[in-house]
Design a protein around this ligand. Structure first.
Ligand SMILES: [Zn+2]
Length: 256
C-alpha cells in the first residue's frame, strides 16, 4: 500500500505537470530504466541498494522508503486494532458488527487516499483538490453508515450530528480560518478540506481537538527548525488522525 501510494503521488504529479506517464511498470525516474521485480520489493530493495538505482547509481530519494514504512505503520495499526480485543468501532458501538466491518473497508480506502495526499504534500507542498474531494466523499460514506445506526433513536441521532459538526468545525473550520486570514501564507488551501474529511470520520469534538493538538505539536517540532515559511500540514494531520483513531477508546476515556 505504501509503495502504491507513493507511485500514485508521482503519477498525479506527472499528470499535473503535463508530462507523459512513464508506463505501467515502475521505472527509475532518473534514467528511465524499467525495474526488475527484485528492485521493486518494498523497503528491502531500497535498503539492499542503499537508496540508489542499480543502473545509473543516482539516489532514489527518501520519500519512497518513508512512504513504504508509513504504509506498514498505518495498515499494521489498523489491522492490529481490528483483530485485538479492543474492538475497532468506527461507527456507533461494536454491536453493529456488520456495519463496522463495512466502515473499516471504506476507512481502508480513505487511508490510501490520505497517504497519497500526505506524500504529495510532503514532496510538493500542495494537496491535489480532486483527491481531497474523494477523501471527503469517503468521509461522508463512513458518516452515513454511522448515521444509519442511530435510525429511529432521536437522542443518538442528535448527538451524532452535533458531535460531527463540532469535529468538522474544529478541524475544517480552524484550518479554513488560518488559511483565509493568513492569505495562504501559513497553511495551504487544501488543509481545511483534509480536516473536513477527518472530522467526518472522527464524529467527536474531543477526538478532533486531539488531532489538532497532535498535528500542530509534531508539525511545529519537525518544521520549525527548518525555518520554512509555509508548513505542509497534510502529513501531520493524516498521521495524527491515524494515532487518535487507534487510541480512540483511551482518549474517549477522559473526555470532559
Ligand atoms: Zn536509474
Amino acid at each position: 500500500m505504501g509503495s502504491f501510494c507513493c507511485c500514485q503521488a508521482w503519477r498525479i504529479r506527472y499528470k499535473e505537470e503535463g508530462k507523459k506517464d512513464l508506463g505501467k511498470r515502475s521505472v527509475c525516474l532518473k534514467c528511465g530504466r524499467q525495474l526488475k521485480w527484485y528492485e521493486n520489493v518494498p523497503v528491502v530493495s531500497w535498503l539492499v541498494q542503499r537508496g540508489k538505482c542499480r543502473g545509473c547509481g543516482k539516489e532514489i530519494g527518501a520519500a519512497e522508503i518513508l512512504s513504504e514504512l508509513a504504509g506498514i505503520a498505518i495498515f499494521g495499526i489498523l489491522g492490529a486494532v481490528s483483530v485485538s480485543g479492543l474492538g475497532f468501532c468506527i461507527v456507533g458501538n461494536c454491536a453493529y458488527s456488520n456495519r463496522n466491518f463495512l466502515a473499516i473497508g471504506v476507512l481502508a480506502v480513505l487511508l490510501v487516499a490520505l497517504l497519497i495526499l500526505a506524500i504529495y504534500d510532503a514532496k510538493w507542498g500542495e494537496l491535489p483538490t480532486r483527491l481531497l474531494v474523494v477523501g471527503i466523499v469517503l468521509g461522508i460514506g463512513i458518516w452515513a453508515i454511522s448515521f444509519s445506526t442511530t435510525w429511529g433513536w432521536g437522542e443518538g441521532m442528535r448527538e451524532l450530528v452535533l458531535e460531527t459538526l463540532g469535529a468538522v468545525g474544529i478541524l475544517g473550520g480552524i484550518y479554513y480560518l488560518l488559511y483565509f486570514f493568513s492569505k495562504e501564507n501559513l497553511v495551504g488551501g487544501g488543509d481545511w478540506m483534509l480536516g473536513v474529511a477527518i472530522g467526518l470520520v472522527l464524529q467527536d469534538w474531543w477526538l478532533a481537538i486531539w488531532v489538532l493538538f497532535l498535528s500542530n505539536l509534531v508539525g511545529a517540532i519537525v518544521m520549525l527548525p527548518q525555518r520554512k515559511k509555509k508548513i505542509a500540514f497534510g502529513p501531520f494531520l493524516a498521521g495524527a488522525f491515524v494515532v487518535v483513531l487507534a487510541l480512540k477508546w483511551v482518549i474517549l476515556g477522559f473526555k470532559p
